[in-house]
Ligand binder design. Structure first.
Ligand code: HEC
Length: 127
């Protein structure tokens, strides 16, 4: 995992590239309707993923909500959102890892790859 937090290192890895490219396609297909292609969300209806302090702070929660959805009030960048998001149970562990790798390495984020193994163990512990 030496490369995990070093963007310059992980971007050169074919595995990273594959996750990122797949993740982008999956994001466009499954998420961009609401959160928009540029990740900016839509007013107070759909919260942003770009420049979201929620995304920055809650990797585990973000993985879980892709599968199980989320309801109840959420605060993103000090703004309140409260409209349930349905989970997408058909997404595999790998697909969730790929989408997360895309979200955490685009729009100024440089987290590095979010591996399927790490993702699977988080998904097993979703509340
Ligand atoms: C049908 C619209 C819709 C789709 C499709 C959708 N979401 Fe959401 N998403 C929402 C709503 C609404 C909320 C706010 C939930 C709440 O208020 O509890 C949300 C919240 C979130 C949050 C937490 C708040 C934030 O913006 O930081 C993340 C992260 C997120 N969604 C990621 C995704 C990802 C990744 C996908 C695709 C796999 C996706 N969403 C698909 C509507 C959607």
């Amino acid at each position: 995992m030496a490369c995990q937090l070093l963007f310059s290192c992980s971007t050169k890895e074919p595995k990273f590239q594959q996750y990122y490219v797949q993740g982008e396609q999956l994001y466009i297909k499954n998420c961009s309707n609401c959160h928009q292609k540029d990740g900016k969300g839509l007013g107070l209806l759909y919260p942003p993923l770009d420049q979201s302090d929620y995304v920055d702070k809650n990797l585990h929660e973000v993985l879980c909500l892709m599968r199980h959805g989320k309801e109840g009030q959420l605060i993103v960048n000090g703004k309140k959102f409260n409209k349930p998001m349905r989970g997408i149970p058909s997404l595999t562990d790998l697909e969730i890892a790929e989408i997360a790798t895309y979200i955490y390495n685009t729009w100024d984020r440089q987290h590095g790859i979010i591996d399927v193994k790490e993702t699977a163990s988080v998904l097993n512990s979703c509340k």
